[in-house]
Structure formats: structure tokens, C-alpha cells
Design a protein. Structure first.
Ligand SMILES: [Zn+2]
Length: 387
């Protein structure tokens, strides 16, 4: 934290959060009275749980009068949501929830700015990853309709995807784990996908774009990266010389893979090469998807359209999953649009918000409230006063 009057920042943020909830709308999740709620403070995201609210007004009054920086709700529905311990709640089913976060991705930009900063390229990559989850897996492979899928920005570094299909509600932890296993590509058998891979001198035969399930997915995903260019191939783990070679012959490579022939360009140790690429194709959030939210039917996750206390942004719910194709959180999830603040900041990278660039800063500067609050909550500025 830069030097300055820290209390001015805390006072301002509390007031802004309170004002936000006084007039907030669209806060009530479906079947609200059957959900468990948890709230947190600036130190702990969930400091109190087993709470329940009967309606939106009751929730808004609580969040407004306590200026709550983090509020979460269960992906589960319960007969007695405030009952404790958990067994007394009377579980009625749970949405299937995915939490995609840029912290779990290995991105070239992160090598420059580290994992504590989030740049526009980070947000782009995690948005694409979410599109991949919805449109490469949930819709085509599991048959969920877009109406059964709700997507919201997490308020910080990623997206949350809630599936509300009747069939998934009663799935237990083991069944949820199978779904995440499939999406994460656990159990992809390379030798079965590429039967000639180990045989010297034989043509490398593999999946074609016409195949269904994982096979077709592998072929299509590789080709879409090939068409996107050398950088995109390198992000898949292809070395630059090979990426350049593949890209130069891309029509030939495309024609081959469309028909299951992966041998159109000479690559040394081709079997090993393709194995590494194929295994990297699962949703790259697999560790995260696997280790927490999705498999635990009792998990609490940020309430859509609530404030994220680490950024001052809104965990904005998208009107439909399709909006992912054009959603810009640093524009559409801004909460505190009124006025300006004077801050003392020390930032290394420019911040892009509302389609403008702010900074880098060293010293005192007047900025829009949402910029000042974002930097303050990230620990990169102190707030001197509200103008
Ligand atoms: Zn980045």
C-alpha cells in the first residue's frame, strides 16, 4: 500500500458499496429462498455462512447496511438453507458450476507482468477459454441448451458458468468429477487416437475434423490455432521453427487433417511431438475445475451481479452465453461511475477501463472513481479524497 490516508479509501469504498446495493437490481438468483448465502470482509471472502434471505429486498437491505464487499450463494438448493451442520440443510440438488480463472493459465503476458496483475490480454484469453467450455463442450457434447447455461464475469480475473439443467441437479460429487474429467481430457489415449504413432516409417494417421467427441475436437482445435497464426501455435506449445513451418504449409496441413492424415509436413520425432500437443488441448483450467467448485455440490460462489471487493467491479451476469463473444468486463462490469478521486499511486502497467488507458502512475493524480477504487483495492494506490 502506498503511503497516504488509508481510511479515506476504506470510508469511500464502504459508502460506494452501500450506495450500490441501495439501488442494485437483478440480485436475486433463481429459487433464492432455497440457497445458502455467505458474506465476507476485506480480509476473508467468506467470514460468515449458513445465511438465508427470503427475497431480494431483504438481501439488498443486508448488503447495503453492512456495506458487504463479498457475497456468495450456494450452487445448491436446500430445504433449510441456514441449517447446520450441512447434513441438516436437506439438499435438493445443485447447479453444475465452473470457475475459470486466469490465475490458472500459463500466458506469455504473465511472464512480463506476473500473476498479481490482470491485463486486457489475460481477460481476452480467459474469455476465449470460457467460450471453449460452453461451445466446445457443454453445448455440443453434453447437449445443454444455451437457455440452461448462465454465465457471469467473476468480478476479477475470470468467469463463472452455471448449468441449470434439470438432469444435472441431482448429480453427486462422483458424477460431477466424471464430467470435469471429460472436459479436462483425463483419459485421452494418444495411442488409440493415433494408432500408427509408434511405428517407424508409417504415415501418421489420426483424428479428422469429421470425427465426433474428443477426436473431432482435437482436429478442429489444432486447425483453428493453425489458422490463427504462429503465436497461437506457440501458445499450444509448438516451437517457433515448427510453428512457422506448419503455418507456411497451412492449406496442405488443413487438407490432411480434414482427412485424418497428420503427416503432410515433415516433423522430427512426430509421434512425441503430436502427443504433447494433443495432451495440451483440454480446457486449460482443468486443475481448477477439478479441485474445487465443480465437484463440490455444497460450494458457495460469488453471487452474480454483486460487487467484487478486490476490484470494485460487478460480477456482471451476461444476458446470454452468446454475449461472451463480445463481452468486455473492463467496460461493462464497472460499478462506480460517478465522480473522480485523487489518488497516490504506484503502478507499472497501464490499466484499461471504459476503453481508456490509465497510467502507469507514480505519484498523485486525479482519476475516475472506478479507476481509483480498482487500484486502491489492488493495493496499488491510496485514496486521498473524493472530488
Ligand atoms: Zn496479462
Amino acid at each position: 500500500m502506498a503511503s497516504g490516508n488509508k481510511d479515506a479509501g476504506a470510508d469511500l469504498v464502504n459508502k460506494l458499496i452501500s450506495d450500490f446495493y441501495r439501488t442494485a437490481s437483478d440480485l436475486a438468483p433463481d429459487r433464492m429462498a432455497e440457497r445458502e448465502f455467505g458474506v465476507g470482509n476485506f480480509e476473508v471472502k467468506i467470514s460468515q455462512r449458513h445465511m438465508s434471505f427470503r427475497n431480494e429486498l431483504e438481501l439488498k437491505e443486508y448488503l447495503c447496511s453492512n456495506a458487504v464487499p463479498y457475497v456468495s450463494a450456494s450452487s445448491a438448493y436446500y430445504r433449510f438453507p441456514s441449517g447446520r451442520p450441512m447434513e441438516k440443510k436437506g439438499w435438493l440438488g445443485s447447479e453444475l458450476v465452473f470457475d475459470l480463472d486466469v490465475t490458472d493459465m500459463e500466458l506469455p503476458c504473465q511472464l512480463r507482468h506476473g500473476k498479481s496483475w490482470v491485463c486486457s490480454s489475460c481477460l481476452e484469453e480467459v474469455r476465449k477459454e470460457t467460450i471453449k467450455l460452453v461451445y466446445d463442450f457443454l453445448v455440443p457434447d453434453f447437449g445443454f441448451s444455451e437457455k440452461e447455461i448462465a454465465v457471469n464475469f467473476s468480478g476479477n480475473r475470470g468467469y463463472h458458468v452455471h448449468v441449470k439443467n434439470g438432469d444435472v441437479l441431482m448429480l453427486d460429487a462422483a458424477a460431477r468429477k466424471e464430467i470435469t474429467g471429460y472436459i479436462s481430457g483425463i483419459g485421452i489415449d494418444f495411442e488409440r487416437l493415433f494408432p500408427t504413432a509408434g511405428r517407424r516409417g508409417e504415415k501418421l494417421v489420426g483424428p479428422s475434423t469429421k470425427d465426433k467427441g474428443w477426436k473431432g475436437k482435437i482436429a478442429k482445435n489444432f486447425l483453428s490455432n493453425l489458422n490463427a497464426g504462429v503465436d497461437s501455435l506457440m501458445r499450444m506449445g509448438v516451437d517457433k521453427p515448427i510453428a512457422t513451418k506448419l503455418y507456411r504449409s497451412k492449406s496442405l496441413v488443413q487438407m490432411g487433417i480434414d482427412n485424418g492424415n497428420w503427416d503432410m509436413v515433415y516433423i522430427k520425432n512426430k509421434g512425441e511431438f503430436w502427443k504433447r500437443i494433443v495432451e495440451g488441448q483440454a480446457v486449460s483450467q482443468s486443475d481448477r475445475i477439478d479441485r474445487n467448485v465443480t465437484n463440490d455440490p455444497g460450494h458457495l460462489i460469488r453471487l452474480p451481479n454483486s460487487i467484487h471487493g478486490g476490484t470494485g467491479l460487478i460480477a456482471r451476469r451476461l444476458g446470454a452465453p452468446r454475449e461472451l463473444y463480445r463481452f468486455n468486463p473492463m467496460k461493462e462490469a464497472i460499478a462506480f461511475r460517478k465522480g473522480f478521486v485523487k489518488i497516490k499511486a504506484g503502478t507499472k502497467y497501464p490499466l484499461e477501463m471504459a476503453e481508456q488507458r490509465f497510467g502507469p502512475y507514480a505519484g498523485e493524480i486525479k482519476v475516475p472513481t472506478y479507476v481509483g477504487v480498482y487500484l486502491y483495492l489492488r493495493g496499488l494506490a491510496s485514496i486521498i479524497n473524493f472530488i
